[in-house]
Write a protein that binds this ligand. Structure first.
Ligand SMILES: Cc1ncc(COP(=O)(O)O)c(C=O)c1O
Length: 419
């Protein structure tokens, strides 16, 4: 773990994946007449009934627009929306609720930092340090600053096993570095980055750090205060919550210095014909009607997740990964990409003579849902000299039997394509 478990979560009890599975109705369906084996949670996780039911119930009984009304429902909805913010605060262990900005996802959270924090201060020749394993969400916004402001992107490599090259990181952070923007967990390799160490090294040189926690926050316990991190982005739908909602944690001092990049209702204090003044953060960055039902759904998902023994969940996911890793060793036609120590539950591989999409299509016909392609990580694909990979990503509801189904599906794919 990069972040120590909080005291109450230290003891790993056996985790009952079968019992938890029962809370996810979709997992009991079949596809092509076969039981669904959902190994694509890295793209989007399924949602437990409590999330779906609560969203429906809220929409049916308490829904109204937030912050603007004096009527009963508006006050009730506002309470739920702001309570959701406090749940995200608790989940990330932020010091203050007003350090949490709701966004429509992880992508928007990172773009908010690019547009509102860095763009106004960056100078031509200033540098942004990134790793080669970033998702496009944590690359493209910085390319915008390269194109529009003359920023220079400095890339930190990974070792052949997918571990971050910390020596290269040290070398990349120099006097012109304005930000280190780095993933907490790679969506392709599963590599978990040592955020504590990264923040310590960057801060020693006076450089703020943004972590893309879209994958990391699902599998690791995050404590933004212990990390002393400047920015941390999450996305709801990978956290067993709905789509259309995410959040940015940012230190209060940064938020106060940031200029909004979306303008509209709710983010202002006063608007006249020739002047505007802005509301305080976080409202300043939440222009327009926010995703209200989704925020309520996210809060339920996070409460649900926090109610589980997360050390036991992590142990369960790790056991699935280890089992899958061991099993695929028997296939000498298959090369695993990403074997960093302590990696999260993602297994990406490339097959000899078989396109990733063909492999994924055959697996699909066996009921096994995996993802194939570049996974929005083309810089990483280039680093490993591949065009695409097939990726199985495990979640807390997956079982050992599903790993066996994946392995059987892989054997079947080889048979189909090679006889
Ligand atoms: C590591 C990582 N960062 C960012 C994102 C973007 O998240 P969203 O599409 O929910 O904005 C993803 C989603 O795949 C991801 O895996």
């Amino acid at each position: 773990m990069t972040v120590p478990f909080r005291k109450e979560m230290k003891v790993a009890m056996p985790f009952d994946a079968e019992a938890v599975r029962g809370q996810f109705p979709i997992l009991s369906r079949t596809v092509y007449g076969k039981p669904l084996v959902y190994l694509d949670s890295g793209a989007s996780a399924q949602k437990p009934s409590i999330v779906l039911d609560t969203m429906l119930d809220f929409a049916q009984t308490e829904y109204a627009n937030v912050h603007r009304g004096v009527h009963f429902l508006s006050a009730a909805a506002t309470d739920r929306y702001e309570a959701a913010r406090r749940t995200v605060q608790k989940f990330l262990h932020a010091a203050r609720e007003d350090e949490i900005v709701f966004t429509k996802g992880g992508t928007e959270a990172i773009n908010l930092v690019a547009y509102s924090w860095l763009m106004p201060i960056i100078q031509p020749g200033d540098e942004i340090v990134l790793s080669v394993m970033e998702h496009h969400s944590n690359i493209v916004p910085w390319h915008f600053l390269r194109e529009r402001c003359g920023a220079v992107l400095r890339w930190v490599d990974v070792a052949d096993d997918g571990s971050l090259d910390m020596g290269a990181l040290d070398g990349a952070i120099g006097p012109k570095t304005r930000l280190v923007a780095i993933t907490h967990m790679s969506n392709v390799l599963g590599t978990v980055t040592p955020l504590n160490e990264i923040v310590a090294r960057a801060h020693a040189k006076g450089v703020p750090v943004l972590a893309d926690g879209c994958q990391g926050a699902v599998h690791e316990i995050v404590d933004v205060q212990a990390l002393d991190i400047d920015f941390y982005a999450i996305t709801g739908h990978k956290l067993y919550g709905p789509t259309g909602i995410g959040a940015l944690y940012a230190k209060r001092a940064h938020l106060k210095a940031m200029r909004p990049f979306n303008g509209g209702g709710e983010m202002i204090r006063e608007v006249t014909k020739d002047r505007i003044t802005y509301a305080d953060p976080p409202a300043r960055f939440e222009a327009g009607t926010p995703p209200i039902v989704q925020a309520v759904g996210l809060a339920v998902a996070l409460d649900w997740l926090m109610g589980l023994d997360r050390a036991a969940v992590a142990a369960h996911e790790h056991a699935l990964l280890t089992h899958a890793r061991e099993k695929v060793r028997q296939f000498n036609w298959l090369k695993v990409i990403g074997d960093a120590p302590g990696k999260g539950a993602i297994l990406s591989f490339e097959a000899d003579d078989m396109h990733a999409h063909d492999l994924a299509t055959i697996l699909d016909r066996e009921g096994v849902a995996v993802r194939a392609g570049h996974h929005c990580a083309q810089v990483l694909m280039e680093r490993f000299g591949v065009a695409s990979t097939t990726r199985a990503s495990f979640a807390l509801y997956n079982t050992r039997a599903e790993v066996e189904a994946l392995v059987a599906g892989l054997a079947r794919a080889r048979e189909v394509l090679h006889g």
